[in-house]
Design a binder for this molecule. Structure first.
Ligand SMILES: Nc1ncnc2c1ncn2[C@@H]1O[C@H](COP(=O)(O)OP(=O)(O)OP(=O)(O)O)[C@@H](O)[C@H]1O
Ligand SMILES: O=C(O)[C@H](O)COP(=O)(O)O
Length: 395
């Protein structure tokens, strides 16, 4: 992959695809980790006299304008971190984007509105995506791919635009790939992957492949309930991917056949409702009451997971063990993080919310070997897949 050093950016308009998908509480950014991680590349381009046009997505507005997902608060925070104004375009490729970009002087930066307001960004139809990509590419002369967290998406801004403009990988993408490559080459064993979080349907798919690579797979968070249900247990109103139960039964069989230890929760915190102050009890993972939802792993599971991490030499962790945003349901996530910090394995934590959890729980970031900005992206990289956003940056 070409890097920033291979591009002559002075006086030129450079489109930077960043991952600025940060957690928000209304308009308040609750963790700015991904914005901070994007700053060095943007700053390097500005210092070299480029006119920088940043584009990114926020959440999943599904091709429609929805003010809840506006990047405006992100523009303000990016400006604070850069120490200079960030011009914010009120649309993605419309009149506002064009005039904002045209007004840029060398060393100035603009942020476009949420890419996912445009149906072309995520379209499965190549022509529709290509048409939007051409409009986006028309705003700039060069392209820099730096949104590591989104490189697994075959989206216009990630996959198609680099085909239309001279391009390079940004420093964040280069650094992330370098660390993750270590995990794919010859990980020291035992190699343990811990999976949790809420993007269950997305991430169940990676398990088939991971079973061929790891020694142990610990499953917590919203991911666990589809496994418990597949084993025939009641999971009440917990997060569940009904349509993937057969696939999950296949994973359970495959793990047994391969001798991969697949470790599931033995107890959970079952709440009456999804709320910070929800009434809840510790229940057996095999007997969640029908009117309850599991919002965290229970105390025996915390101990079990810590024991299964104690002798690990390599660990990749994606996805919180519970709804860590609510104090009462953050214990499982804290326990896994503390077990990783206590051990001496090579530890990589990946994902927007997983990294945010480490910071929210005030755990030392240097307790981990690497904190990646990509969750789904890292997992798919570890599977050994060709990721669209990386393939597009190769020559
Ligand atoms: N039992 C659960 N029920 C519902 N939500 C859960 C549960 N456990 C964890 N979560 C939620 O999972 C979310 C994070 O999941 P997600 O899969 O997005 O992880 P991530 O680290 O952000 O990875 P990525 O970068 O791929 O998005 C958190 O907001 C957390 O509240
Ligand atoms: O949060 C992430 O993992 C990335 O920003 C990608 O978001 P997505 O899962 O909505 O494509």
């Amino acid at each position: 992959m070409r890097t920033l050093d291979d591009l002559d950016v002075k006086g030129r308009r450079v489109l930077v695809r960043a991952d600025l998908n940060v957690p928000l509480d209304g308009e308040r950014i609750t963790d700015d980790g991904r914005i901070r991680a994007s700053v060095p590349t943007i700053k390097a381009l500005l210092d070299r006299g480029a006119k920088v046009v940043v584009c990114a997505h926020l959440g999943r507005p599904k091709g429609k304008v929805n003010p809840e997902y506006s990047l405006a608060p992100v523009a303000a925070r990016l400006g604070e971190l850069l120490g200079q104004d960030v011009a914010f375009a009120a649309d993605v490729v419309g009149e506002s984007a064009r005039s904002t970009v045209e007004a840029l002087q060398d060393g100035q930066v603009a942020l476009l509105e949420n890419l996912r307001y445009e149906p072309g960004e995520e379209s499965k139809d190549d022509a529709t995506r290509g048409e939007f990509a051409a409009r986006l590419a028309g705003l700039a002369e060069l392209y820099v791919g730096d949104g590591f967290g989104a490189v697994h998406r075959k989206h216009a801004s990630v996959y198609d635009v680099p085909g239309l403009l001279p391009h390079a990988a940004g420093g964040l993408v280069v650094a992330e790939v370098e660390v993750l490559r270590k995990l794919t080459e010859s990980p020291e064993r035992p190699y343990v992957v811990v999976l949790g979080g809420a993007k269950v349907s997305d991430k169940l798919g990676v398990i088939a492949n991971l079973l061929t690579k790891v020694d142990r797979l610990l499953i917590g968070g919203g991911m666990a309930y589809t496994f418990l249900k597949a084993q025939g247990h009641e999971v009440g109103r917990s997060l569940l991917q009904e349509d993937q139960l057969d696939q999950v039964r296949g994973f359970l069989d495959e793990a047994a056949r391969r001798g991969v230890e697949l470790v599931l929760p033995v107890d959970v915190l079952a709440a009456v409702t999804f709320a910070a102050d929800a009434e809840h009890d510790v229940v057996e993972a095999t007997a969640i009451p029908a009117d309850r939802e599991g919002l965290d792993i229970g105390p025996r599971t915390r101990e079990l997971f810590a024991a299964k991490l104690a002798d690990a030499r390599t660990v990749f962790w994606n996805g919180p063990m519970g709804v860590f945003e609510f104090e009462a349901f953050s214990g499982g996530t804290r326990a896994v993080a503390e077990a990783l910090i206590a051990g001496d394995a090579f530890t990589v934590v990946g994902g927007g919310d997983s990294a945010a959890a480490v910071r929210k729980l005030e755990l030392p970031e240097d307790g981990f070997s690497h904190i990646s900005t990509g969750g789904g992206a890292s997992l798919e990289y570890l599977e050994g897949k060709t990721l669209p956003g990386l393939a597009a940056l190769e020559d």
